[in-house]
Unconditional design. Structure first.
Length: 549
């Protein structure tokens, strides 16, 4: 299969078959890099990162598909921990493409001399807690055994690729790729008949770029999605000068708002304004582009169905305006879930791409895919001959990458067993029965509902302060009390039920992976409440956690 991880890069020999560390960090993406910096350079711990890929970058290492770019603006989708880093790095545009974000993360690894404690091309296979020693025994696919006081997972929320088990997939004679495990050397679509399955953020970003190169692109859509234009633009020197002057205030704002963006979330309801005013507000935000359409318009879009309907209806009107063929426009109009209840994409030229003569749209909800044949894809009512298939089918989100590791806590309890009915954590930071295991942006924390670097820095800082306090006070282990964990899980579900998030079959809910328990995984209570809770818990001597000397 062509989408295997590239292992041709440097493959350093393991220094030792066994070693002892303070902290094992799993993953070298945004989270793992910052965790290494904090634990090693600020706390002075013996910390080491283990990473499957042959380079750093995590999500931005694997997701190299055409059109991959970040959908939060660069100057706040970035680290805030170093003012020097902020001042010296300049992004080319508001929403840079994947290579630039990967270059940034490589720069961070070099600038803070992180590489000497990052072991690439190494997959962590298991981590088992040894109660008598109060230590973790970690094994890797290179035959190493590492003993560590703490294990910190920095495995990403969207890292375990979901490739659907469609009959015949492996008999396909052409090439197939998953957007989240894209080959390093890229893919040339010239002269190819390409089939793309999936219309989430990845499919929506990839569609216009593949369409511009391929002979023909057929998009297989199961659920139409709402997408708002990105309106990417280069950042001019005077804009940069202002951003650099304002960085502290920008960062502060990202830590105070619901979703970690530095703009005001308006408490007004969609019905506090007249129909004309509302339309005008949506028009302005559509012209401006980006997530502000959702987070900077009306405060009740994710709570009130009628309010949500006004935004959904506006987007449908735009689709009908942009897409020339009325049949295609109707197929593209989402009607089965509220806007924002699935992770909303933002796009560059998505809808207009369906006006191209070499692009067609197939509704696979109406006529599902039956099989992949050696020549292409067969649906219930047609066959499509293809040279290449792109799976933009998402991820086993939030829990997938954690459960791929054989994690065993007290008494040999497997995490997979404990989470058989859905993930259970306290604050998304720790799991009862798994002492000294910390999960950066784990299920039960705001994570994917927050601008990720903001979520990551808050978690790493909290974990690092916690470890420091434990050392100062002479505690060897920490884990949640079961009742605190139960109460948190209940709270996470309660809060989610007050929103429209349950109205969609989304990956937030685990609904995209057949057989996965359907539990709302991220915490929707918003960043301010979550931060307050985390700080209060720490101030109260880690209330709800059990600390042992
Ligand atoms: P998403 O958002 O999970 O989107 C996956 C898409 O693939 C979505 O349209 C799915 O349709 C579709 N899908 C998934 N499985 C199948 C099968 N078996 N058959 C047909 N279609 C399928 O993943 P992305 O990679 O686009 O985005 C992930 C995140 O990356 C994104 O939210 C940002 O945070 C960045 P469905 O809607 O389930 O009907």
């Amino acid at each position: 299969m062509p989408n295997r991880p590239n292992r041709a890069g440097p493959h350093p020999a393991a220094d030792e078959a066994s070693r002892s560390l303070d902290v094992v960090i799993i993953g070298a993406g945004f989270a793992g890099l910052y965790a290494l910096y904090r634990f090693r350079d600020v706390l002075g711990l013996d910390a080491r990162v283990y990473e499957t890929g042959d380079g750093v970058g995590g999500t931005w290492y694997w997701n190299r598909y055409p059109g991959a770019r970040c959908d939060s603006e660069s100057f706040y989708y970035s680290y805030s921990f170093s003012e020097e880093l902020e001042q010296e790095w300049e992004w080319s545009s508001k929403y840079p493409e994947q290579p630039e974000i990967l270059a940034y993360l490589n720069h961070v690894a070099d600038r803070f001399d992180l590489r000497r404690d990052i072991q690439l091309c190494t997959k962590v296979l298991s981590a088992a807690y040894d109660e008598s020693a109060a230590r973790w025994e970690v094994t890797t696919d290179r035959g190493e055994r590492i003993s560590a006081t703490y294990v910190v997972t920095a495995v990403g929320c969207l890292s375990a690729a979901n490739v659907p088990e469609i009959p015949g997939r492996d008999d396909f004679r052409g090439d197939w790729y998953h957007t989240g495990a894209w080959p390093k050397q890229g893919v040339d679509f010239s002269g190819k008949r390409v089939g793309l399955i999936g219309t989430g953020s990845s499919g929506i970003q990839a569609t216009p770029v593949i369409a511009a190169q391929a002979e023909h692109l057929t998009v297989f859509q199961r659920t139409p999605n709402y997408t708002v234009p990105t309106r990417n633009a280069r950042l001019r020197p005077e804009e940069w000068a202002k951003i650099k002057r304002d960085y502290r205030a920008i960062r502060q704002k990202t830590r105070e708002t619901q979703a970690g963006f530095p703009y005001d979330v308006l408490e007004r309801s969609a019905f506090d304004v007249s129909d004309e005013q509302r339309r005008e507000i949506y028009e302005q935000l559509w012209a401006e582009g980006g997530f502000k359409f959702l987070w900077g318009s009306f405060g009740d879009l994710l709570r009130d169905k009628r309010a949500n309907h006004t935004a959904a209806e506006f987007i449908r009107s735009k689709i009908r305006e942009i897409v020339k063929d009325p049949g295609t426009a109707e197929k593209l109009c989402p009607t089965d879930h509220p806007y924002g209840s699935k992770r909303p994409p933002i796009d560059t030229d998505y809808y207009v791409t369906f006006n191209r003569p070499n692009v067609s749209l197939v509704d696979i909800k109406r006529s599902p895919i039956v099989e992949i044949t050696p020549q292409g894809i067969r649906t219930e009512d047609a066959t499509y001959e293809l040279d290449t298939i792109v799976f933009a089918t998402g991820f086993d989100a939030m829990t997938g990458s954690l459960l791929k590791i054989d994690l065993r806590g007290v008494g040999g309890l497997r995490l997979a067993e404990k989470w058989a009915a859905g993930p259970r954590t306290y604050l998304g930071l720790q799991v009862a029965g798994f002492p000294n295991l910390f999960t950066i942006t784990g299920p039960g924390s705001p994570s994917v509902l927050l601008n990720m670097p903001v979520a990551i820095e808050q978690h790493v800082d909290w974990i690092s302060d916690c470890i420091e306090q434990m050392r100062v006070k002479g505690f060897r282990t920490i884990q949640p009390q079961l009742d605190a964990e139960d109460a948190w899980v209940e709270h996470v579900n309660e809060v989610a039920k007050q929103t429209l998030f349950y109205e969609a079959k989304s990956w937030y809910l685990g609904a995209n992976v057949p057989g996965k328990p359907q539990v709302f995984m991220p915490y929707v209570g918003g960043q301010p409440l979550y931060r307050q809770k985390c700080e209060a818990v720490a101030t109260a001597g880690y209330a709800g956690f059990e600390l042992r000397a």
